[in-house]
Ligand binder design. Structure first.
Ligand SMILES: Cc1cc2nc3c(=O)[nH]c(=O)nc-3n(C[C@H](O)[C@H](O)[C@H](O)COP(=O)(O)OP(=O)(O)OC[C@H]3O[C@@H](n4cnc5c(N)ncnc54)[C@H](O)[C@@H]3O)c2cc1C
Length: 373
């Protein structure tokens, strides 16, 4: 039975700092390997920011713990080989030209500890991971004119004849002509405050941290098993692992997404399929070597974010519907600002809400299209 939070509990448990809620649950990885032009554009621009963070923010010497560990998608299924080739070609088409298609032999030559049954892979060496906490703190520190209200719950939005005019909070009213709905899993609720039924849903996702162990290769890339939807990457001698349980149901944004006690066992088994050393690690593990976290992915029906103004509600902007929201955040924030200031025209923004009515979306489903990190 999942715990549903009251608004008061929500305020205490989820809003007491920057970089909370879903962002804390993330495994903080980034990749440029997307097939959708808009996703690839957001990812590439964001990666540029991660790679030059101190310079972009003007915070001299500021570190975000950036690792170019690489992202390696793998399959042991012969019938997936053609899909992998086509997907790498699609990456190249949207400008991610440094993604490599690799055969099973090439993969084993580079990572001899992997399962010899692997048939194909897609690899980009410059993908990797960083600290989302340091990134958030860095952006906040660099935004010296911005004011942050932590432990403050927004409870409504007021509109007048000109559009949005105020946000109501439990600590008072904030008059404003611009509101950005960046409420993560609560975006659906915030949309309802202005009469908007956003075409999105939430889904709990979990991940487990495994304490350092000598058998975990420290120089491994992020390994993604496309066949069983499990993944892992090294982290300070240990590792972060995840698995997309196919039986997971859509979740309520007000639920407190707790991790399941048996999640580590399932996930370690899934990850050991391609990385067999995990079976040896498991033999040594004690309960205190494992910690599980959970958060909610937010999906639009085409697995792409919602960014920009909403027709009929002047001043109300979206920056929500993220399942890979950490890695895309730098560019998504920039797009949102440019749409507010008029630097970007709404019609030049492919992630606008009206894309659904305009028939500009494609159905999700192909592998690596959005179900996977
Ligand atoms: C297990 C797991 C692994 C993941 N791994 C990755 C990964 O490797 N890479 C990646 O890019 N993404 C990853 N993600 C996804 C990523 O964490 C999310 O897409 C991202 O954190 C979403 O950021 P957000 O700012 O939209 O939402 P959130 O981080 O949830 O932030 C929403 C904020 O809005 C605030 N808020 C909401 N409603 C109100 C209100 N009424 N009043 C005041 N404040 C409010 C909340 O307190 C919170 O601070 C992962 C997610 C999970 C669960």
């Amino acid at each position: 039975m999942r715990k549903i939070l009251t608004p008061e509990q929500f305020n205490q448990e989820t809003a007491d700092a920057l970089s909370t809620l879903t962002t804390t649950a993330s495994i903080e990885s980034f990749r440029a390997q997307f097939t959708e032009p808009a996703m690839a554009a957001l990812a590439k621009e964001s990666i540029d920011v991660w790679e030059n963070f101190a310079q972009v923010t003007g915070l001299e010497g500021y570190e975000i713990d950036l690792h170019h560990g690489g992202y390696l998608f793998l399959t042991t299924e012969e019938e997936m080989v053609a899909d992998f080739k086509a997907t790498v070609a699609a990456y190249h088409k949207v400008g991610v030209t440094d993604s490599e298609y690799l055969t099973g032999d090439e993969i084993l030559k580079r990572w001899p500890w992997l399962n010899p049954e692997i048939k194909a892979g897609a690899f980009r060496a410059k993908d990797g991971w960083f600290s989302a906490h340091e990134v958030t703190q860095g952006f906040a520190r660099a935004a010296d004119h911005a004011r942050f209200y932590v432990r403050t719950q927004a409870t409504g939005i007021e509109t007048d004849a000109k559009g949005v005019c105020a946000v109501i909070t439990d600590r008072g009213r904030i008059n404003t002509r611009v509101v950005v709905n960046a409420a993560g899993p609560f975006a659906i609720n915030v949309g309802r405050w202005v009469g908007l039924d956003l075409p999105i849903y939430q889904m709990r996702r979990q991940r487990v941290f495994v304490a350092p162990h000598p058998k975990i290769p420290r120089d491994a890339p992020l390994i993604m098993d496309v066949d069983n939807e499990s993944y892992w990457r090294p982290e300070t001698g240990g590792a972060l692992l995840g698995w997309h349980d196919p039986e997971e149901l859509k979740s309520d944004p007000m639920e407190d997404p707790q991790g399941d006690w048996d999640f580590p066992a399932f996930t370690l088994e899934m990850c050991s399929r391609l990385s067999p050393f995990w079976t040896e690690v498991v033999d040594d593990l004690k309960q205190e070597d494992l910690s599980v976290y959970a958060g909610q992915y937010v999906h639009a029906s085409d697995d792409q974010p919602l960014i920009g103004p909403v027709s009929g509600i002047p001043g109300f902007y979206l920056n929500c519907a993220y399942w890979p929201g950490v890695m895309l955040s730098a560019a998504a924030g920039r797009w949102t600002c440019d749409l507010i200031t008029g630097k970007m025209k709404p019609e030049d923004n492919p992630l606008r809400l009206s894309r659904f009515e305009e028939g500009l979306t494609t159905a999700p489903g192909a592998f690596m299209r959005g179900r996977h990190l």
